[in-house]
Design a protein around this ligand. Structure first.
Ligand code: ADP
Ligand code: MG
Length: 731
């Protein structure tokens, strides 16, 4: 056994194979070895585990590591066993172990060969384990992911609350090391209070990830924007976060039909599938993981180049941790979030079932996310302020790495208004929150204003010449720049800080950028889709129509059977110049592409070349049409020759609705063989007659067909024969 006096760097190399410590690691380890309580705040990927693993390996006794997730513990245990000759060096203790496994753990513990024992907090609470641990020598306790202690964190776990009591029952002597990646000042305070370690040495690393670029875009045409982005970054690894499992499945499906190597990941998938998908992502067999927040805990892929938030997170802590998975290798990571205020309202609604306190906390966390999305100031400054760190936007590292700094918002002088605001905070006795202050400024009569009698005061409505959005921006700036403080326990009550007090006495120029106003962004706005808009090329459309005519004549089939008008339309927008791209066009299936696609592709290729057209290649998005649950069901059961009536009934469709679904299936290029249905319905000749009609008809319109065939058939029959026709001739 090595002693703590040996050179730590030597031990680092010897045990873990690293040449040097990262950041504060060495200081932290020394401090812990001295017997001090230590509190480590270090961003994700900073190397927190090593801060307890290394001292555990070289100390006498066993270190107890509390961690919230079994999966995380298992990974770590495997890693530690890998560097030791003895498997007993690290164990996980939990109730899922069988008898002989438990015995092995207990034996190793009593023998003293176990250096690290990982436990979940609920395991630690069990009486049998407490008495077991009383019997062994403990080197120290490590509380990983310590933010789980605080309700103000993003991952509160009630079992974490009792840790101090349990630890004290086991023994009072050894030191505690608590570690977390996401601690706002409030969470930090909670952790220290709760673990009774207010005298702990605090090691806080900067949270600034200067290689990450932040951008928030309004959530418009989001599927297309993301697909375009991914295609522009093809071959690179990325993560797309969505809030619901359903969205994960849908969006992963959409990416797949658009030719992107993608896998879904969420807690609804079984453990085997999840770990397979995670491995495939690590091994680069999949470029993109579409995931809920369940993904990422403990994964360490260094070259993730982008993290996209399809939906914004429920708190800035989560958001920051998720974006933190980009660029771990130090290369640039782009973090792009799509924001829609309506999403936030929905999240708020979901909180109705929670207790009042939980809801208040949840709403406040959401408000921070909204503020982040809407602010016009340096996003890095905003985020770092949130984590209790000040950032200088002119000299700080990474200061030009966000959209607000690269494309600055209009700036306005708000010296007068800031004085007005601070003064009002004082006059309303520092007991209002941002929204409530704004109500007073705007002179909006509310229950609160009436009961406090603010509506009778001279200051009521003193800021009415400006709008709510403007005041929100001023308040945010006042908070981030240290004039006001947001009191977390008071759910966001604003208090005056000394700097604010001084500003009222002697003010100076204060210039701020305006906030974003996403509510006014037109539904299709060029600057936000960052690309080519959907321009319809009439000239190309005409050429395509002519070719369709020619092809139809040559093959002796009607033009609409070659390609539908809507498909030509789409080609005249998307300019597909390869057969692969042609399959991405609306209503074009493999069959059509093989049969007569080449000529169309050639025409478009020449046209693009001659007219020097910049093609929106990356915009070729194929939709998963109509969430085709009906369609898949119909295709499968028609294949099995099931009675059409029964198929309709099974899906609660009328016959008319079923026929519509089948029409849309064949018009999109999939074959459907419904011959079995005609057997007792129509004879060969009748079918031939209708085929003959469609073959020469100008259009596939049903009323025209009814008229022409002199009502010898019902509308339903004609539509069914048309399905057969399109399926056979066109697909
Ligand atoms: P955290 O828990 O802070 O998110 P981890 O403890 O999981 O981070 O460590 C992140 C990665 O950094 C791991 O792959 C780990 O092996 C690596 N690492 C930790 N310390 C060092 C070091 N001193 N030198 C090189 N790599 C290190
Ligand atoms: Mg960790």
């Amino acid at each position: 056994m090595v002693t703590p006096h040996q050179d730590l760097k030597y031990i680092l190399k010897q045990y873990l194979g690293f040449d040097r410590f990262k950041g504060n690691q060495e200081k932290i380890i020394k401090s812990l070895l001295k017997g001090e309580d230590v509190f480590v705040i270090m961003p994700t990927g900073g190397g927190k585990s090593l801060c307890y693993q290394l001292p555990a390996l070289i100390s006498e006794g066993t270190a107890i590591v509390v961690s919230p997730l079994i999966a995380l513990m298992k990974n770590q245990v495997d890693a530690i066993r890998g560097v030791s000759l003895d498997d007993g060096v690290a164990h996980v203790l939990n109730s899922s172990l069988n008898k002989s496994q438990t015995k092995k753990v207990v034996d190793d513990l009593l023998l003293g060969s176990t250096k690290l024992l990982y436990v979940a907090p609920e395991t630690l609470a069990k009486e049998e384990y407490v008495s077991l641990l009383k019997d062994i020598k403990i080197s120290f306790f490590a509380i990983d992911e310590a933010h789980c202690i605080s309700e103000w964190g993003h991952d509160f776990r009630p079992e974490y609350r009792n840790l101090q009591v349990i630890i004290e029952r086991i023994t009072t002597i050894p030191p505690i090391i608590a570690l977390t990646a996401t601690a706002t000042p409030k969470v930090q305070e909670d952790i220290q209070k709760n673990l009774g370690m207010s005298n702990a040495k605090v090691y806080k690393s900067s949270f600034n990830r200067s290689n990450l670029y932040y951008e928030v875009r309004p959530k418009i045409d989001v599927n297309r924007q993301i697909i375009k982005y991914i295609k522009e970054h093809s071959g690179q690894s990325g993560i797309v976060y969505c809030l619901s499992r359903k969205r994960v499945e849908e969006f992963a499906g959409l990416l797949k039909v658009n030719g992107i190597k993608t896998l879904p990941y969420h807690a609804g998938l079984d453990a085997k599938t999840r770990s397979k998908h995670q491995d495939m992502f690590l091994m680069q067999e999949s470029d993109v993981i579409v995931a809920t927040v369940a993904f990422g805990m403990g994964i360490d892929k260094p070259d993730v180049r982008y993290v996209i938030h399809y939906d914004l997170s429920k708190s800035l802590e989560s958001y920051y941790q998720e974006t933190g998975r980009a660029g771990r290798d130090g290369g640039v990571g782009e973090c792009i979030a799509f924001y829609d205020y309506k999403d936030m309202e929905k999240l708020e609604k979901f909180m109705v079932n929670k207790s009042v306190a939980e809801r208040e906390i949840g709403i406040q966390l959401l408000n921070e996310v909204i503020a982040y999305a809407e602010t016009g100031m340096s996003r890095r400054k905003y985020l770092l302020h949130y984590f209790g760190e000040s950032f200088n936007e002119s000299t700080g590292e990474g200061n030009d790495m966000d959209d607000n700094v690269r494309w600055p918002k209009k700036k306005v002088e708000v010296k007068e208004e800031l004085v007005q605001l601070l003064d009002l905070v004082k006059k309303t006795h520092q007991k209002l929150r941002a929204k409530e202050l704004i109500h007073v400024l705007l002179g909006k009569v509310t229950v609160l204003n009436k009961s406090y009698k603010f509506s009778e005061e001279a200051f009521f409505g003193c800021g009415a010449q400006k709008v709510e959005r403007f005041w929100m921006a001023v308040i945010r700036q006042a908070v981030v720049n240290g004039f006001l403080k947001k009191e977390i326990e008071g759910y966001g009550i604003l208090k005056l800080l000394p700097k604010g007090e001084k500003f009222i006495q002697s003010s100076y120029s204060f210039i701020i950028p305006e906030d974003h106003d996403y509510s006014n962004v037109p539904r299709k706005q060029e600057s936000y889709t960052y690309g080519v808009s959907d321009v319809f090329d009439t000239q190309l459309f005409v050429l395509l129509k002519v070719l369709r005519e020619k092809t139809a004549q040559k093959l002796q089939i009607p033009p609409f059977a070659i390609f539908q008008e809507t498909s030509l339309n789409d080609m005249a927008i998307q300019y597909p110049t390869s057969l692969g791209e042609l399959t991405q066009i609306f209503g074009v299936g493999e069959g059509k592409v093989k049969k007569w696609g080449q000529e169309f592709v050639d025409l478009i290729k020449n046209y693009v070349k001659e007219n020097e057209i910049v093609r929106p290649t990356d915009l070729l998005i194929k939709q998963v049409l109509n969430k085709s649950t009906h369609k898949v069901f119909i295709i499968q059961n028609v294949d099995r020759k099931l009675d059409l009536e029964d198929i309709a009934k099974a899906r609660g469709l009328t016959m008319g609705e079923l026929i519509s679904e089948m029409e849309s299936i064949v018009y999109q290029g999939t074959k459907l063989n419904i011959d079995y249905h005609f057997k007792n319905l129509l004879d060969e000749e009748q079918i031939e007659e209708v085929f003959g009609y469609f073959m020469t008809a100008e259009t596939d319109n049903i009323s025209k067909a009814l008229e022409h065939l002199e009502d010898n058939y019902t509308e339903e029959e004609l539509r069914l024969i048309r399905i057969k026709f399109i399926s056979e001739i066109a697909n």
